[in-house]
Ligand binder design. Structure first.
Ligand SMILES: NC(=O)N[C@@H](CC(=O)O)C(=O)O
Ligand SMILES: [Zn+2]
Ligand SMILES: [Zn+2]
Length: 437
């Protein structure tokens, strides 16, 4: 059965436009002038770029516990509109995703929604408490097949516990993802420690809080023979440490967020808490180092750290506002702006950092695949020329804390395809069936 014909797209932005025919969820034919039966679903690519479906290793979907700010349904819609076919939902929910009860629910609910594969991240420690390891094996063996564990939102700061987590994870073949923040160095901290924070009277969050943990964990991973992944790398020093660690053959990987590529702490002048995030926005030298590192592979991939918060948690004093920013619907255009339009990456590079590498890091075998006959049709069509203006209220998320409000994005996700089914087209979600949102 033919599912779908995508016309006039340029895989990886290369060569002349071709058509792509999808059958039974897989790519069946690629070439110019393909035809399909009349009743087949079609997407007009209009000469746009075809990428493998995007994969996000770091999102917060807030279900269970804070369904007033996001659900697996609304978060899935935002993800699909952003070009994603798989996302990893962090464990800092309520209850915490520290048991198969929660992780299996997240997986099952994501499948019931059907817009994007929602892979649960399991907590490393019980209740994110930082003192006792969770039952990683039970979560890995459950229906949610958890393959990434993280206490994100909190750092696993106890070095002995981190060592044990790495050893345990390496035996299970799963990945530990660290929120690198030495908590003793960030007590009361809210903005990057530097000139801007001093001028604005905001307590500083020093780079050393991140870098000391990155260095420590690289060494712990080396000695455990384990892999470690660094969440939301934000400093020039972290880039240098990653470069050093990779040169030693340490199995360390890292992600950077779109906001840490584009924004710096000069945004804080307004005291608008939409710019509050953890780790904080840094300085130009950091954004420059991160972009260079993403281009040369020192930083492996982009991850959104999509972190929805309610209005009352953001429209308040900077000091008490929650940290976090929306990211799913703006990530691809920001990568275009910071990496493609600057000449740092071509579209092959975008496919690498937003799909192939993240899929590889977590061992997804059906995502981040080549655009080729016989491969699963997880695809994203991008119009690289069509710009749009961010209106937070119009994003699919239940929350509106986008720091990109009012900014012009240089590129548009035209369509997203999950296993041959169109999940979004021209900014509209195609809900597979009536589901709870
Ligand atoms: N990034 C953030 O500022 N906030 C995240 C937690 C986290 O990613 O550390 C959240 O859950 O809101
Ligand atoms: Zn974090
Ligand atoms: Zn996070």
């Amino acid at each position: 059965m033919t599912d779908l014909l995508i016309t006039s797209v340029r895989p990886y932005g290369e060569g002349d436009p071709v058509d792509v025919l999808v059958r039974d969820g897989d790519i069946a034919e690629i070439g110019p002038g393909l035809t399909a039966p009349d009743d087949v679903d079609t997407v007009d690519g209009a000469g746009g770029v075809l990428l493998p479906g995007l994969v996000d290793l770091h999102t917060h979907l807030r279900e269970p516990g804070r369904e007033d700010t996001e659900t697996i349904g609304t978060g899935s819609a935002a993800a699909a509109l952003g070009g994603f076919t798989a996302v990893f939902a962090m464990a800092n929910t309520d209850p915490v995703a520290d048991s198969p009860v929660v992780t299996d629910h997240v997986w099952a609910q994501g499948q019931a929604v059907g817009l994007v594969d929602v892979h649960p991240v399991g907590a490393i420690t019980v209740g994110l408490g930082g003192s006792r390891l969770s039952e990683m094996g039970a979560m890995a063996a459950g229906a949610g097949r958890v393959r990434v564990f993280s206490d994100d939102g909190k750092c696993v700061d106890d070095p002995l516990l981190m060592r044990r987590a790495l050893e345990y994870a390496s035996g299970l073949g799963v990945l530990i993802a660290q929120h690198a923040e030495e908590p003793r160095l960030t007590v009361g901290a809210i903005a990057n420690e530097g000139a801007t924070a001093s001028r604005l009277g905001l307590p500083g969050w020093p780079r050393s809080a991140e870098e000391s943990i990155v260095a420590r964990d690289a060494i712990l991973a080396r000695d455990a023979g384990a892999r470690v992944h660094i969440c939301h790398a934000s400093t020039e020093g972290t880039v240098q440490l990653l470069r050093w660690a990779k040169a030693q053959g340490i199995a360390i990987t890292a992600e950077v967020t779109p906001h840490h590529l584009l924004l710096d702490d000069s945004r804080l002048e307004t005291y608008d808490a939409v710019n509050k995030v953890n780790p904080p926005l840094r300085e130009i030298r950091d954004t420059t180092a991160l972009a260079g590192a993403l281009a040369d592979g020192t930083v492996d991939c982009v991850a959104t750290d999509h972190a929805p918060h309610a209005a009352q948690e953001k429209c308040c004093e900077f000091a008490i506002a929650r940290p976090g920013m929306l990211g799913l619907q703006t990530s691809l255009p920001i990568v275009v702006q910071t990496m493609v339009n600057t000449g740092l990456l071509d579209w092959r590079g975008v496919a690498r950092v937003m799909s192939e590498r993240p899929a590889e890091i977590v061992g997804l075998t059906d995502q981040g695949r080549p655009i080729a006959v016989g491969e699963p049709a997880n695809l994203t069509v991008v119009d690289p020329e069509r710009s749009w203006v961010v209106e937070s209220a119009e994003l699919a998320s239940l929350s509106q804390n986008s720091p990109f409000q009012g900014m012009t994005m240089p590129a548009t996700v035209v369509a997203t395809v999950l296993r041959g089914a169109v999940t979004t087209l021209d900014g509209e979600v195609r809900w597979p069936e009536v589901v709870r949102r």
